[in-house]
Design a protein around this ligand. Structure first.
Ligand SMILES: [Zn+2]
Length: 325
């Protein structure tokens, strides 16, 4: 069984300290997020995670994208829409993907970009690679205040325009070496989202993508599970530790060829689970859908956790997976 993360990792922004860093800062080329990225990558690799992320250290999942997308802006960490949303001529996260890969390679030569996540219908054994993450068009739309250009009652137009922007970003990330693209759509479980429109948007992103596509949805999924299975994605990544009721929906389900990202450690507390607790969730998942259909990960991003807790949770998860294999 492979292991991954949902995405975000606790980040500490570092002011320039050394003479070299201070010199770079004076030229405007010092990146205060770079040490946090390297720390996030080192922790994931050292914990033994197979499919790692860049730690999403540049801000919350909304502002990372809204800050750069034409037609959007961010104030007090909240996104606003005030113009026509159009694709970018440059990538938002591709350089972080490249830095993630280079940092991971320094610690472990096993990290590569030429290995496919899937070997036929199964996960590739001994896979080590990078995940590219985008915030989903529906979640970005429903989290933003519409101030201009679009009609507040016609959110579908915003979702579709964002889908084209994010499709382009997915291609940038794929070219930068991402072995899988993950769309984060936590709003799909809130009851606020139009699931048909969300599905159409994901379908646009999936077109011509060469790497597998994953979608992360947290929260209680009982009401929307059948709808989620209709999305054109290879992996559905969900929360199970903090939402044990979600395990029931795995019983007698037809996955329609999809794999499940099985959230097995709780991202909402610093309390680190025991191996037995993680094993209980994984075993229930294995019982319902089989080991081959599972990739183990935390419930959601770990941005709000302490670095110690985040690392320990990843470590106990990896140890449990090894213990069960
Ligand atoms: Zn989540």
């Amino acid at each position: 069984m492979l292991t991954t993360v949902v995405g975000s990792y606790p980040a500490k922004i570092q002011k320039p300290e050394s003479i070299k860093e201070k010199f770079k800062a004076s030229l405007g080329s010092y990146d205060p997020f770079r040490p946090a990225l390297e720390q996030a990558v080192e922790d994931q690799v050292n914990a033994g995670i197979d499919l790692i992320s860049d730690g999403q250290i540049r801000g919350n999942m909304l502002e990372i994208f809204a800050e750069s997308i034409p037609g959007m802006y961010v104030e007090d960490h909240k996104p606003f829409i005030n113009g026509k949303i159009t694709p970018l001529s440059y990538s938002i996260c591709a350089s972080d993907i490249k830095n993630t890969l280079n940092t991971a390679k320094k610690i472990s030569s096993e990290f590569k970009t030429d290995l496919d996540l899937f070997d036929g219908d199964n996960f590739q054994e001994n896979f080590k690679g990078i995940k590219g993450i985008i915030t989903g068009p529906t979640t970005l739309t429903l989290s933003s205040m519409i101030e201009g250009f679009y009609n507040k009652d016609k959110k579908e137009e915003v979702v579709m325009d964002l889908a084209w922007v994010l499709k382009k970003e997915s291609e940038y990330l794929e070219n930068a070496g991402a072995a899988v693209i993950q769309i984060d759509e936590p709003f799909l479980s809130t009851g606020m989202a139009d699931l048909k429109v969300a599905r159409k948007a994901v379908e646009i992103i999936s077109r011509n993508l060469k790497v597998p596509l994953a979608m992360h949805v947290c929260g209680n999924l009982n009401e929307i599970w059948e709808e989620l299975l209709k999305f054109k994605v290879d992996i559905l990544d969900c929360e199970f530790a903090g939402q044990p009721k979600n395990l029931q929906i795995l019983e007698n389900t037809n996955l329609r060829g999809k794999k499940i990202g099985l959230g097995c450690v709780d991202n909402k507390t610093n309390k680190v689970e025991s191996k037995e607790q993680v094993a209980e969730i994984l075993n229930k998942g294995i019982e319902c859908i089989g080991k081959d259909n599972i990739i183990a990960d935390p419930d959601c991003g770990m941005r709000m956790r302490s670095r110690e807790a985040a690392f320990s949770k990843l470590k106990v998860m990896v140890e449990t997976v090894k213990w069960l294999s």
